[in-house]
Design a protein around this ligand. Structure first.
Ligand SMILES: N[C@@H](CCC(=O)N[C@@H](CS)C(=O)NCC(=O)O)C(=O)O
Length: 280
């Protein structure tokens, strides 16, 4: 399989040349993780069925030595099953379960909301021949005119940043979601962040000092700077709001980071939450 170590990869890109789709970005990283070279078939939204010989209306799609594989998750399953001697994308069933959960959460709090913040840019940055289709289809998807949906995005961006705290917690004590090295969990979330970078022309989405920055920069650098496409827009530079709204929680949230090592570690909190209670 994979003649000359090369797999044919159907891209979905904007007029900037940057890949747009989160699914397609995650798949690009997955193929590189497996050590393959990509024979990229370029293109935008118009003519996917024609480009793929009627095989699909949606991308990503790959062809491995004549074998078509569709769907980002299907491609990952195929790659791990067909090439078990190469680095695993999903090294354990728990990674599949947790990646699906994390992806669904991220879609709800970030991918979808960022899409609504930049949906008019999305259309304007697409190839000219895609504009009519994107306007029509995305207005049905979003239930509003794209300009009306995008309006007021500046007020929404701080809340989206704040909602990413679970990802910050996950990356507080490990280098990668995959642990010592990246796996498909990293690529899946990064795919959505790269989607955002392809359309966030009107504003960065995260603060310069966001704790996620180190992980994001390392993901961008992987595989010879795969994520550093010149058509992408800056992710960092969102100003801290003057009203004091926090873009991230410096101390972390939730229970896990507050490790209970005995009464010394909980005394301050106990004193605070029992203030005013009678001592008997
Ligand atoms: N379940 C599919 C979803 C793929 C998908 O929805 N791709 C979108 C791009 S984000 C697409 O090809 N859209 C083409 C269109 O809207 O015509 C997968 O994981 O690959």
């Amino acid at each position: 399989m994979a003649k000359n170590n090369t797999i044919t990869f159907y891209d979905l890109a904007l007029s900037t040349g940057a890949t747009i789709s989160p699914f397609v970005w995650a798949t690009k990283y997955a193929l590189k993780h497996k050590g393959f070279d990509l024979d990229v078939v370029p293109g935008g939204f118009t003519g996917i069925p024609e480009r793929t010989g009627g095989k699909t209306e949606r991308l990503p799609a790959i062809v491995d030595d004549g074998k078509w594989v569709l769907d980002s998750w299907g491609i990952v399953e195929y790659l791990d099953e067909t090439y078990p001697d190469r680095p695993a994308l999903i090294p354990h069933p728990s990674v599949a379960a947790l990646t699906r959960a994390m992806d669904a959460w991220f879609w709800k709090v970030a991918t979808g909301p960022w899409m609504r913040c930049f949906c008019a840019n999305y259309r304007d940055l697409a190839n000219k021949e895609d504009h009519e289709y994107i306007t029509h289809s995305r207005e049905i998807m979003l239930g509003k005119k794209l300009e009306d949906m995008q309006a007021g995005y500046e007020e929404r961006l701080p809340g989206i940043s704040a909602d990413l705290e679970p990802l910050r917690i996950a990356l507080r004590e490990v280098e990668w979601l995959g642990g010592d090295g990246p796996n498909y969990a990293d690529y899946r979330i990064m795919g959505s962040i790269l989607f955002t970078a392809s359309v966030c022309k009107t504003s960065p989405v995260l603060a310069d000092d966001d704790p996620l920055r180190d992980w994001i920069e390392r993901c961008l650098d992987l595989f010879g700077g795969l994520g550093r496409h010149p058509g992408l827009f800056p992710l960092f530079g969102l100003p801290h709001p003057e009203n004091g709204q926090e873009l991230f929680a410096p101390q972390g949230q939730g229970g896990i980071h507050k490790r209970n090592t005995g009464v010394d570690s909980t005394r301050a909190e106990s004193e605070k939450i029992t203030q005013g209670m009678s001592k008997d």
